[in-house]
Design a protein around this ligand. Structure first.
Ligand SMILES: Cc1cc2nc3c(=O)[nH]c(=O)nc-3n(C[C@H](O)[C@H](O)[C@H](O)COP(=O)(O)OP(=O)(O)OC[C@H]3O[C@@H](n4cnc5c(N)ncnc54)[C@H](O)[C@@H]3O)c2cc1C
Length: 413
């Protein structure tokens, strides 16, 4: 056994815990400080009235063999394989996601489908004839799928999630998230089955912990502790002290008392903008300005215990512009162990927002009422199927990757 020294980690979310686990395997001295009272960060699972809810649906899928191995190793028999069914709801019709040509043809009608193929062919010919530098999400998706399909299946939902026009979202985000998927491949798949290569968004099955996403992180923390590491909850880190470009210590608030923690290595998984504010001495003003210009999307999970829900999707993407809700997840369709009774579905209605949007300032009761009203409007359930609910608000849930953020991150680096 060899020890390289003491590792101090800020945050007991997936990154902090995974790093702590690896380090304890090599007998290092490891301590994790978590400001909240729970493990798992944004990937945690919450218990409510004998049901389990993620803050929003989480699926486990990676092409990285090491991460897969970690997942298998930690979860063992608590890993289940979930059949993926996620559809798009648009104008009262369901469409498969990933889009399949026959299903889209039936849903959109012959006229619309012909128009989609014409606009797709036009986009491809244009891309081949006049190859141009793609700059934003709209240009990237239009180039891959044509403008008509972009308007139906990408624009509304993406703008709901990010709260900014698609022309302001970076093409890098599009190429990461929708990588390798284009209409030609979707048609080949529909006609001839899956190609050998697994396409990132075209998977039929994913892994999931039996008792919710957070179970993975609880198990990880137990292993860290049995390896000799320490995870301290309710321990907010307030300052990161550095000298000569090296972090020397952190200051943790504990029961209203400040504690200075020294170490040999430090890893901080707090949002980048918060790290910049914690640095002592403070970074140059150009760095602080760049950091303060970065934006995050906040997330509201309206958690609903519902009765007799009869859709079998893991979640539904709600493209319909008439409702504010962006996704509706049903955890019974992830793992039946998430529900306390056979007729109960623990569900999350998701709203993506900025903290200064009107929806963020609604009370919990108003949010539950809004979610139920929208679910009824879409015909997915009625008020009398609602049993009870609660709300989880997560600040800084997704970093906004717009045209400027890439430049700001470069300045910070
Ligand atoms: C609704 C939703 C659905 C998602 N679905 C998926 C999915 O299906 N698949 C997938 O792979 N990913 C998904 N993600 C993304 C995934 O949740 C995140 O990538 C992951 O949680 C990031 O882990 P992290 O440890 O880096 O950060 P976080 O999860 O944010 O954890 C950071 C931790 O640090 C703590 N912390 C912050 N500041 C301090 C401080 N000053 N002192 C002490 N502690 C601090 C926080 O309390 C938190 O516990 C989803 C995210 C959301 C919001």
């Amino acid at each position: 056994m060899n020890s390289a020294g003491k590792l101090v980690i800020v945050g007991a979310g997936p990154s902090g815990l995974a790093a702590a686990l690896e380090a304890t395997k090599n007998a290092n001295d490891v301590v994790v400080f978590e400001r909240s009272s729970h493990l798992g960060g944004l990937s945690r699972t919450i218990g409510f009235e004998d049901c389990l809810f993620d803050i929003g649906p989480h699926r486990f899928f990676t092409k990285n063999a090491e991460v897969n191995q970690l997942f298998n190793e930690i979860l063992g028999n608590d890993q289940i394989r979930v059949k993926r069914l996620t559809r798009i709801l648009y104008k009262d019709k369901y469409f498969n996601y990933p889009i399949t040509p026959l299903n889209a043809l039936l849903g959109l009608g012959v006229f619309n489908s012909i128009a989609i193929f014409v606009s797709y062919a036009f986009a491809r010919v244009k891309a081949l004839t006049f190859p141009s530098q793609l700059k934003n999400f709209e240009e990237w998706v239009t180039g891959q799928f044509g403008s008509r399909l972009y308007r139906i299946f990408f624009k509304t939902y993406t703008e709901k999630v990010w709260g900014i026009p698609c022309t302001e979202i970076s093409d890098q985000w599009a190429s990461q998230r929708i990588k390798n998927l284009n209409l030609r491949e979707a048609i080949v798949r529909a006609l001839f089955g899956s190609p050998k290569k697994v396409i990132k968004t075209l998977i039929d099955e994913f892994g999931y912990p039996r008792m919710g996403s957070g179970q993975f992180y609880h198990k990880m923390a137990s292993i860290i502790e049995s390896n000799g590491g320490e995870v301290r909850l309710n321990s907010p880190v307030e300052r990161i002290c550095h000298q000569d470009q090296v972090v020397k210590s952190i200051v943790v608030k504990n029961n209203n008392e400040e504690q200075i923690i020294t170490g040999d290595f430090f890893l901080c998984s707090a949002p980048l903008t918060e790290i910049m504010e914690m640095l002592e001495p403070a970074p140059p003003s150009s760095v602080l300005e760049a950091s303060r210009a970065l934006r995050y999307r906040d997330h509201i999970g309206v958690q609903l215990k519902m009765r007799n829900i009869n859709f079998s999707d893991n979640w539904i993407y709600i493209h319909s512009p008439e409702v504010k809700m962006a996704r509706l997840a049903n955890y019974r369709n992830f793992s039946p162990s998430m529900a306390d009774k056979d007729d109960i579905s623990p569900m999350t209605a998701e709203y993506f927002t900025f903290k200064d949007d009107a929806v963020w300032s609604l009370s919990d009761d108003q949010l539950i009422e809004l979610a139920i009203k929208e679910i009824s409007k879409m015909g997915l359930a009625q008020l009398d199927q609602f049993v009870s609910g609660f709300v989880i608000r997560s600040e800084k849930a997704y970093p906004v990757i717009d045209q400027n953020s890439i430049l700001y991150v470069e300045i910070i680096r």
